[in-house]
Design a protein around this ligand. Structure first.
Ligand SMILES: C[S@@+](CC[C@H](N)C(=O)[O-])C[C@H]1O[C@@H](n2cnc3c(N)ncnc32)[C@H](O)[C@@H]1O
Length: 205
């Protein structure tokens, strides 16, 4: 898929600088992880900042990402995790393989197949398994866009001056909720915090 290759190239190119700017886990994610147990997938794990939190809590974590360069950084940061290069829309795992999924700040990079990726999450979650999905929020003050515009390219200014455009689908919380429901997952909680939408959901089977 073309957008997969583009996203992968961009994140590979900015990986080292990106890592310097993503040192700390988000408190909303830490709060969610506390209630998890067993085998967890960090989908779009980036530099592994949330994998470390999971390992510290004794969870068994697998990180999957499209960017090989970010996976290398994640492996260095959190060597106890297992890491796989892959696509969030076509997950290389069997039905009911995970107790929980973190899908943080990654779904908004998919130009297509966002519901497909959520359906994949449902497929690989055990019955009763939990997922947190987050995205940048269309409701944030930072966007000054025409009413209906949802798709934007946002520049990343690398520390050496080179600029890379990243695709974002700007979800409203309502639209993200609709996509989660369309995947068959059941929403447990939803909120906006800072510039992000957060939804936690359960696979009720
Ligand atoms: C903004 S980063 C967030 C990383 C991490 N979840 C965090 O909270 O720090 C988005 C991540 O999604 C990954 N990504 C984008 N499209 C993807 C896809 N189709 N499949 C898997 N990972 C993808 C990128 O490579 C990048 O690591």
């Amino acid at each position: 898929m073309e957008d997969k290759q583009d996203t992968q190239k961009v994140f590979d190119s900015i990986a080292s600088h990106f890592d310097k700017t993503r040192k700390y886990p988000w408190k909303e994610v830490e709060e969610f992880i506390k209630d998890l147990e067993g085998r967890i997938l960090d989908l779009g794990c980036g530099n592994g900042r949330h994998c470390s939190v999971a390992v510290d809590l004794g969870l068994d974590i697998i990180g999957l990402d499209a960017s090989f360069e970010l996976l290398k950084i994640a492996k260095q940061r959190c060597p106890k995790g297992g890491y796989i290069k892959g696509d969030a829309r076509d997950l290389p795992f069997k039905v009911s393989s995970f107790n929980g999924i973190l899908y943080i700040a990654a779904i908004h990079h998919l130009k297509e197949g966002r519901v497909k990726s959520l359906k994949e999450c449902k497929r690989i979650l055990k019955p009763g398994g939990k997922i947190m999905v987050s995205s940048w929020s269309r409701e944030s003050d930072r966007w000054d866009l025409p009413e209906e515009q949802r798709d934007v390219m946002v520049p990343w200014n690398r520390d050496d001056g080179e600029v890379f455009d990243r695709y974002y689908h700007l979800y409203t919380l309502e639209e993200l909720k609709e996509d989660v429901v369309r995947s068959g997952l059941t929403i447990a909680d939803h909120f906006i915090s800072g510039q992000n939408n957060y939804i936690s959901a359960v696979n009720e089977g």
